[in-house]
Design a binder for this molecule. Sequence first.
Ligand SMILES: Cc1cc2nc3c(=O)[nH]c(=O)nc-3n(C[C@H](O)[C@H](O)[C@H](O)COP(=O)(O)OP(=O)(O)OC[C@H]3O[C@@H](n4cnc5c(N)ncnc54)[C@H](O)[C@@H]3O)c2cc1C
Length: 424
Amino acid sequence: MHCLHCDKTSMTTETLVLGAGIIGVSTALHLQARGHSVAIIDRSAPGEGASFGNAGLIERSSVVPYAIPRDLRSLLNFASNRSAAVHYDPAFLPRIAPWLMGYWKASHPKRLMTIARELLPLIEACLDEHDRLVAAAGLSHLVRRDGWIEVVRHDAALSEAAQRSAKLKADYGLNAQVLDRAALSRLEPSLKAAAIGGIHWRDPFTVTDPGALTKGYAAHFEKMGGTVIRETVRGLSSQANGWRVTTDRGHYDAANIVVALGAHSGGLLAAQGYRIPLVGKRGYHLHFRPELAAGLNHAVLDEEVGYVLAPMAAGVRLTTGVELAAPTAPINRVQMDRAERRANEIFPLGKPVEDTPWLGLRPATPDMKPVIGPAPRHKGLWFAFGHAHHGLTLGPATGRLLAEMMTGEKPFADPAPFDIGRLL
Ligand SMILES: Cc1cc2nc3c(=O)[nH]c(=O)nc-3n(C[C@H](O)[C@H](O)[C@H](O)COP(=O)(O)OP(=O)(O)OC[C@H]3O[C@@H](n4cnc5c(N)ncnc54)[C@H](O)[C@@H]3O)c2cc1C
């Protein structure tokens, strides 16, 4: 079915994708490639949500998702609320208590390994699926293909990281190289002596401007005949032959709806009777112009402290860990200030480019898996959200999986682990 009329405020199309983040845009591209007429609706330009401000890692080496640690030292560190990796508003935690409980249970080592196994086919596909879209959209100038570096500050941490990477190499075939201080300095001459070594995770790609990548994918979607509508979605109602989406400007009808609104997906679906445990794990970034001739050749993760330094088009991007606070709470600089202070110990950051940090929401389910697939009680309603720390990584693989399900192709990965039913 084709567009009947494409005036701005009302249109009928085969599929409407709600959300122009990396997940929505990738899904739209995969549906378009399979012959669907597709429009995307977003209140902002494509790639302005979480997909704008992430650390840019297409994380092929992250085969085990970010669980709640179970060792007492890490837990006490988090509980102190002084870590850069995790910060929380004590008044917010009771509001997400069931989600936290679910996250804690899913973090049990045995369950975590099952979850990692279920996610693996998507992770294994992440580089190839990005590669295809990058080539089609002509965006290879945004992608680096030489991995990222996990730095350590102590000998004990280096031997622990070396053991961990050897196990991941053996279990998952990852390409990881242990770096002593000299090897680290050869790769990253600007790192100070506090970084005594690290692991070079060589498989992943990194992106020098994640917002531009999503925008570039969206521009390719439009070039191939897709429509991007810039309006705010207000509601969703089922019709005799499909769905009606109401926006601030009008309404749009479609046989299929894909909900890809990132951390905002839950609100819209609550009105359809789906109470989805989705929390926006907040995260910040700020760019820096390094001192003198200092620079970074790779993204660098300081695991012990909990931040990433990523060389980007706009400067060296410092991204923080997780903040658990209400989605609309004001920006709290405490975590960024901590991360900045500690990052300066290993790298001469220089002056910040912006006055205020950027804030984004990672859409997180309690079991660390995204939701990909059909709504159980509504024909033509499809879900693609909840990618938490790995949405940039998994966007194109998710888009392919969902498009295959929607068009009745044999899915390249088992979709059962991503069914919403597990969370309801
Ligand atoms: C600090 C930080 C670092 C990260 N680092 C990485 C990384 O290195 N690698 C990685 O893989 N992932 C990373 N992530 C996670 C990744 O950014 C997210 O998982 C991913 O961007 C989620 O994509 P999305 O399309 O689901 O959501 P979004 O990009 O947030 O897109 C959702 C869209 O919905 C739109 N929207 C919401 N409500 C409405 C409405 N009512 N009407 C119309 N439009 C609406 C928004 O405008 C937005 O464009 C990081 C995240 C953060 C915050």
